[in-house]
Design a binder for this molecule. Structure first.
Ligand SMILES: NC(=O)c1ccc[n+]([C@@H]2O[C@H](COP(=O)([O-])OP(=O)(O)OC[C@H]3O[C@@H](n4cnc5c(N)ncnc54)[C@H](OP(=O)(O)O)[C@@H]3O)[C@@H](O)[C@H]2O)c1
Length: 345
């Protein structure tokens, strides 16, 4: 065989392998949520057969999933609760991979046992059912919440939040951090391959019909519903990049461990200025807590080399916000404001 036919052959084999991989069945927990829906969309787009779990299979909650391209042929939905072990085992039958996206997103302390126990259940049910790879959705709240971190340090996947600081100051971050640790421990015990995506405040167009926590964060500032903004720094990513990151780490056979998914880091004042510039008709919150009396917190540096090395290019935040606002207006989740509305305020 000539060198060129050997090369052509190996390209053929590579493509065949990729095709076979994509025909495989994968399960997405929390398929109907903001991020879950985009993960399902991305997987269908790439040719996978997808089983999505939801706690409520009512059509009104899942119509947006059933309307996705490829859904008719390759998407099935299955009722599962992360606290119901049997429902998870049934959802994972025949699956090669599991994307564990589902988690309560709130400030209610009750979310801690659900996030931890739910993750333990997902990992063990996956292992019982012969799943080989799990992608877990953690949060940058498990990375950057550390009062002892130097403001000049580059935040990367080696950084962990301080659990005690989180427990006292941000119960959601505490729950995500503990759930991520649980995922790691159970994966090691049960011999599962694990890759973890760590998204930050996720914004962008919504597929579902109701508003989720992070989209509501944008709406509340846009509508001036919050009187003051904190003197704080936050990181932002587009939901389409977050979904792509999940699939990229799944498809790369060597991808293991943590992948920080951050597009932009801004002080809240810069974020709100961006909203004002993009949407001048909205009454954006403009007063900072402790205005003028305290030094402004400095944005930190961060590294997303691991995801960039897998080929992810981040969507600019201005585009994410523009697309988010247009989409929320279209769905009636955000009032359209015209210049005369601004004049009345
Ligand atoms: N959005 C962000 O800014 C952000 C940032 C970092 C990490 N994350 C993580 O990304 C994931 C998705 O968040 P999201 O923003 O897409 O929020 P979301 O729209 O509220 O979605 C959460 C999903 O979790 C499901 N869920 C909650 N409790 C459950 C339970 N006991 N059993 C089964 N499913 C349950 C919900 O299902 P139901 O529809 O049945 O309620 C929903 O599908 C979460 O793990 C979250 O921690 C989000």
């Amino acid at each position: 065989m000539s060198p060129s036919s050997v090369e052509a052959n190996s390209i053929d084999n590579g493509e065949k392998r990729q095709q076979q991989q994509k025909k495989k069945l994968v399960c997405v927990t929390g398929a109907g949520g903001f991020i879950g829906s985009w993960v399902v969309k991305e997987l269908l787009l790439r040719g996978y057969r997808v089983r999505g779990t939801a706690r409520d299979l009512a059509v009104r909650k899942n119509a947006h999933l059933l309307a996705l391209d490829g859904a008719k042929e390759r998407l099935s939905l299955c009722r599962a609760d992360v606290l119901d072990y049997g429902s998870l085992r049934a959802a994972f039958v025949g699956c090669h991979g599991v994307f564990h996206v589902a988690s309560p997103v709130s400030k209610d302390p009750d979310l801690v046992p659900v996030a931890i126990e739910g993750t333990k259940n997902v990992m063990n049910a996956a292992a019982d059912m012969g799943v080989s790879r799990v992608v877990f959705t953690s949060s940058y709240g498990a990375v950057h919440m550390n009062p002892n971190r130097s403001p000049d340090a580059v935040v990367d996947e080696t950084c962990w939040s301080d659990p005690e600081y989180c427990r006292q100051n941000d119960i959601y971050c505490y729950a995500k951090m503990m759930a991520e640790r649980t995922a790691e421990e159970e994966a090691a015990k049960r011999g599962l391959e694990l890759a973890v995506v760590l998204p930050c405040v996720t914004v962008g167009p919504v597929l579902q019909q109701s508003i989720n926590f992070s989209s509501n964060h944008v709406v509340r500032y846009l509508m001036g519903t919050v009187a003051t903004y904190p003197n704080a720094v936050a990181a932002y990513a587009d939901v389409r990049d977050v979904a792509r990151a999940h699939v990229l780490v799944f498809e790369c056979p060597d991808a293991r461990g943590r992948y920080l998914c951050i597009g932009t880091v801004l002080h809240r004042a810069q974020f709100l200025q961006m909203l004002k510039d993009l949407f001048p008709n909205y009454p954006v919150t403009s007063k900072c807590e402790g205005d003028g009396t305290v030094a402004m917190v400095k944005p930190y540096k961060f590294s997303t080399e691991r995801l960039k090395n897998l080929g992810l290019e981040f969507i600019p935040l201005t585009k994410s916000l523009q697309d988010a606002v247009e989409c929320l207006q279209r769905k009636g989740l955000l009032p359209v404001m015209l210049p005369q509305h601004r004049a009345c305020l």
